[in-house]
Design a protein. Structure first.
Length: 116
């Protein structure tokens, strides 16, 4: 598992949510897809996955990719604000795409160590 940017710190969710998302990430590390993980729309396939977990009245989300060298990269973790979700979706997709392109460049240059 490689934590990209602030994704590890951002995963400071309630214990049950961390456990559910952690299980889904573990399943991905085992080469399978957890039922909670769905392909993120706009990325053409299942290389970028989104885990959504609802707890109380909040929605929590984690986005990861497995498209690079059999390593799970956690790209993003956040608590979703339902009232502001729609206007930000396009902006987030552009942000994920830019992040994936940057990550790809770092991996190609050997700048990321997969020993974690």
């Amino acid at each position: 598992m490689v934590w990209v940017g602030s994704s590890r710190r951002d995963l400071a969710f309630p214990k049950r949510v961390r456990s559910d998302i952690g299980q889904a990430l573990y399943t991905a590390q085992m080469g399978e897809t957890d039922p909670a993980a769905k392909p993120l729309k706009g990325f053409g396939g299942a290389s970028v996955m989104e885990i959504i977990d609802r707890h109380d009245t909040n929605t929590y989300r984690a986005v990861y990719t497995v498209q690079f060298a059999d390593v799970i990269y956690l790209l993003h973790a956040s608590k979703r604000n339902p009232s502001a979700a729609l206007p930000r979706r396009k902006k987030k997709s552009i942000s994920f795409a830019a992040g994936l392109q940057k990550l790809s460049g770092f991996i190609d240059k050997g700048a990321i160590d997969h020993a974690d």
